[in-house]
Write a protein that binds this ligand. Sequence first.
Ligand code: NAP
Ligand code: GCO
Length: 264
Amino acid sequence: MFSLKGKNAWITGAAYGIGFNIAKAFVAAGVDNIIFNDRYEESLKRGLQNYKEAGIENVHGYVCDVTDEAGVKALVEKIHQEVGQIDILVNNAGIIKRIPMHEMKRSEFQEVIDIDLVAPYICASAVLPEMMERREGKIINICSMMSELGRETVSAYAAAKGGLKMLTRNICSEYGEYNIQCNGIGPGYIATPQTAPLREPQADGSRHPFDSFICAKTPAGRWLDPSELAGPAVFLASHASDAVNGHILYVDGGILAYIGKQPK
Ligand code: NAP
Ligand code: GCO
């Protein structure tokens, strides 16, 4: 029931980071084809090299900005022509801007909303018709701790990821009758390029305060590795989760359950 054999999976923004690790997990679960897209040609080349080094050959990469509605629709048509049907969509592409809200420009706020919330709507809308026709499909939205919690400087990101949680629930509500399951994964703090600034050692060689903070907030006392999202992602992409819909699966090492380690 956990096999993805016979399925094609489109993972947005999967040249590296969480998306790339989810793609590797899908390949290990037997997926027929991995499709990914990134904004830039150089990201595409980096991604194709990453897949090659991982020994993955059934991968198809494209340059496409997920906020470009016409471009996404054209990409889906190209995928149909060059690869085949899309059985699984993972809305993974995302950015964050860490700026105090009162200092954030409207354009900066909007960019985060466009990529982290509007784009999942655009991409899901582009694949829903074929899933409805086949009466089968899986959509996985990559949410966040910030789907539940706020913190300083990430207002746009929290608004987007909170919205993405409800978009996930609404796609479940509107399309469940077509045997389409839409769920979310809420990663905790994962060591990827997106969080690299939060882990950088200080000028004096000491740990970044946020690094220490997150380890105190995580019961296991560590950052999570992108590979630890593999099992949850395969579960939500496979028939093992056909009765799971509208659920946000938090893969956070227990952060949401934990008040945090008392400072010594
Ligand atoms: P990352 O390392 O920065 O990778 C983000 C990916 O998205 C890159 O491949 C990037 O490619 C792509 N992307 C960004 N904007 C795009 C656009 N407009 N069109 C197409 N591709 C775009 O981030 P990550 O840590 O892997 O995060 C992946 C997802 O997980 C994001 O949605 C993030 O919010 C979420 N998340 C991350 C963490 C964490 O701790 N790392 C925790 C919870 C949730 P290019 O910019 O090169 O095109
Ligand atoms: C931050 C981090 C987080 C993580 C993730 C946590 O600045 O707090 O970037 O937002 O990326 O979303 O789940």
